[in-house]
Design a protein around this ligand. Structure first.
Ligand code: SF4
Ligand code: SF4
Length: 333
């Protein structure tokens, strides 16, 4: 439901963007050129996950997969591009074969030109496009902010890869050069990078008052976790789970905060929900083992901790607790 809603909003946004951009001057200025639809024509061609998803939904999985390969500029064993030309390009019509659903970048190309970028040689628009400072991108390009909003919301629909939940202390890599002062998430991240976590949290709480956003809620929940604000963090993760039940990694955080609040049963339910969907979630496995140990359930604890160790063999806490269990069982025999 959320996915469909976001894709619908994206489709409408893309139509609006096309309508708001001035029409290229002569009707067929590109003539037979299609350089910007080739792997060598553009140095960079950004397409977000939600835009791939729209092509997948409207054109098909195979088309989206081919397009993804093209955008990633994948090469074969000989070093040749798998797709020299965009697989969406239609030779018969000499134009874009997914025109109605083409991504944002394909729509704004030729109209605006962030400084520091270049057009394919001979491009009709290279001297005609409106140039602007690259740092003004989100303010200058119509629809760019809205696309980013939708893209962020969409990103929450995909659970993270294992590496992320194995090391939750590791902050996500941020491209600081693209962070601006007009966007609350950017500003909060900049504050966070300076260690001003409370100010960042206040800023996000204020931003949530202006626009409903699961992504803002998620950012705030992460901050509350770092600030060890267990009660509001637990409430926020549980609220997020109501909208995003497939994000079982959120169950882990809810479990962690419940445990910190002494709510053992609630914590256990959340950890079990985590490992049911993410059987290698070492931290949830480790906490389940730890909780069993606290209750004197040595055998059960060992089972959980063995699984935790298998999922994350370098974690010294899991090994130390397993060692404790072994010493205990030797002492009992
Ligand atoms: S999606 Fe369409 S406009 Fe964009 S690069 Fe491919 S063929 Fe060109
Ligand atoms: S926008 Fe420029 S590069 Fe792209 S097809 Fe037209 S003339 Fe060629």
């Amino acid at each position: 439901m959320i996915r469909q809603n976001l894709l619908h909003q994206l489709s409408q946004l893309l139509q609006r963007v096309s309508q708001s951009l001035s029409k290229p001057d002569p009707q067929n200025a590109c003539a037979s050129c299609f350089s910007c639809c080739t792997a060598r024509g553009l140095t960079q061609h950004r397409v977000s996950e939600i835009e791939f998803a729209l092509i997948e939904e409207r054109v098909g999985q195979a088309a989206a997969d081919r397009f993804r390969t093209y955008i990633a500029k994948k090469q074969d064993a000989q070093g040749n591009y798998v797709y020299e030309r965009c697989p969406n390009y239609d030779w018969r019509t000499r134009g874009c074969g997914v025109y109605e659903h083409r991504p944002f970048a394909c729509r704004v190309f030729g109209h605006l030109k962030p400084q520091g970028t270049s057009f394919p040689s001979g491009c009709y628009y290279s001297e005609r496009a409106e140039a602007f400072p690259a740092e003004d991108y989100f303010d200058k390009v119509p629809g760019a902010q809205e696309l980013r909003f939708l893209s962020r919301e969409f990103s929450l629909l995909t659970p993270p890869v294992a590496a992320h939940y194995l090391d939750p202390e590791q902050p996500a890599e941020a491209d600081v050069s693209r962070l601006g002062q007009t966007d609350p998430v950017d500003r909060a991240l900049l504050l966070q990078l300076e260690g001003r976590l409370e100010e960042a949290a206040i800023l996000l709480i204020e931003a949530r008052g202006h626009r409903l956003s699961l992504y803002l809620d998620y950012c705030l929940a992460c901050l509350l976790t770092q600030l060890e604000q267990h009660e509001p963090a637990l409430a926020l993760y549980e609220t997020l789970l109501e909208s995003l039940p497939e994000r079982r990694d959120f169950n882990y955080y809810a479990g962690y905060h419940a445990l910190q609040l002494g709510q053992r049963r609630r914590a256990r339910e959340h950890f079990l929900a985590t490992v049911e969907a993410l059987p290698n979630h070492s931290l949830a496995l480790g906490f389940l083992g730890y909780m069993e140990l606290q209750q004197g359930g040595w055998l059960e604890a060992e089972v959980w901790l063995l699984r935790a160790c298998a999922a994350d063999p370098d974690n010294p806490y899991f090994r130390a607790r397993l060692q404790l269990i072994r010493e205990k069982s030797v002492g009992l025999t």
